[in-house]
Design a protein around this ligand. Structure first.
Ligand code: PMV
Length: 308
């Protein structure tokens, strides 16, 4: 039997602007993860079990563009595996779906790694990342590639589309509370709406994306130097720009406000927006209080994570 695991992720800075070539910062969240077990099967076919999404099916019963079928078929064709072996695949995940925590990318990465190593094929992180990006396009249309990158490398990533991967160091660990609105984040829709807005006045929105880029650039320096006390204001500024870009929502704004009132040093939505998650920077000793206030303000779930 072969097992592989991949973490969730959050975007700290630069979502949406990253689609337009600006830098974004994302980090792995190891408290949640996707796990895949692959074993040889006595019955014929490739049997997939994914209880979290109520799936129990043989590969051929899935639509060809189903993301799991796409992973298996593309990987086997690419590796010239023929005929397909008889396998049992079990996929479990603690990453909430459609919340901006990278659940799709984590399942893809864990499944690809588990299958490749079960078949004795090795894949470099670079190959795996490029492969996962192709699968992400099936999920999301025109993704920047940030999700698959941070999940593959499982390290803090300073991401610029179409440029080589830059990981960054965290000078001093800091604590983030993640809170889920419980509303699915319609990333494809918010990305498409931002595109329309951009096309309505490219010069204006290019300036807004430049401001977001300045924030990401400054945030990387601040994190690397360990000047955490300066990070809160950058989160707040980034949230204001995302509101202006129309990708926040009353629920996200309510959680951002609640976190600030409860003593967070700064807060913003994280990911595609409209739903999904927000993040708050907190002093470690006030993490539980902020998390409780977020629950009171309507958060479905909270995660406290240390960025190291
Ligand atoms: O909702 P998430 O966490 O998958 O993030 C989407 C981030 C965007 O910048 C809005 C889109 C992208 O592909 O980078």
């Amino acid at each position: 039997m072969t097992h592989s695991s991949a973490p969730g992720k959050i975007i700290l800075f630069g979502e949406h602007a990253v689609v337009y070539g600006r830098p974004a910062l994302a980090v792995p969240v190891t408290q949640v993860h996707a796990d895949v077990e692959v074993s040889d099967s006595a019955r014929s076919g490739i049997w997939i079990e994914a209880p979290a999404v109520g799936l129990q099916a043989e590969l051929n019963a899935l639509a060809p563009d189903h993301p799991l079928a796409a992973v298996i078929n593309n990987l086997f064709f690419r590796s010239h595996v023929s005929p397909f072996p008889n396998l049992e695949i079990r996929i479990t995940s603690t990453i909430p779906v459609a919340s901006g925590l990278g659940s799709g990318a984590a399942v893809t990465v864990a499944l690809t790694r588990a299958l490749a190593s079960h078949l004795d094929g090795s894949m470099t992180d670079e190959e795996l990342n490029a492969f996962a990006y192709e699968i992400e396009k099936i999920h999301h249309g025109t993704p920047s590639g940030i999700d698959n990158t941070v999940v593959t490398y499982a390290r803090p990533v300073y991401f610029v589309k179409d440029q080589s991967i830059e990981t960054f160091l965290v000078g001093q660990p800091f604590t983030i509370v993640i809170a889920d609105t419980g509303i699915p984040a319609p990333t494809k829709e918010s990305v498409a709406d931002v595109r329309k807005l951009f096309e309505s006045d490219e010069k204006y929105w290019d300036n807004v994306f430049d401001e977001m880029a300045d924030i990401s650039f400054a945030a990387r320096r601040v994190i690397e130097e360990g000047w955490i006390e300066m990070l809160g204001a950058l989160l707040d500024e980034n949230h204001a720009l995302l509101q202006h870009l129309t990708v926040s929502s009353p629920e996200l704004d309510a959680l951002v406000e609640a976190a600030r009132r409860a003593g967070a040093l700064g807060a913003k939505l994280s990911g595609g927006g409209r739903g999904g998650n927000m993040i708050a920077l907190v002093e470690p000793e006030s993490a539980e209080t902020v998390a409780a206030s977020l629950k009171e303000a309507g958060a479905r779930n909270t995660i406290i994570t240390q960025i190291t």
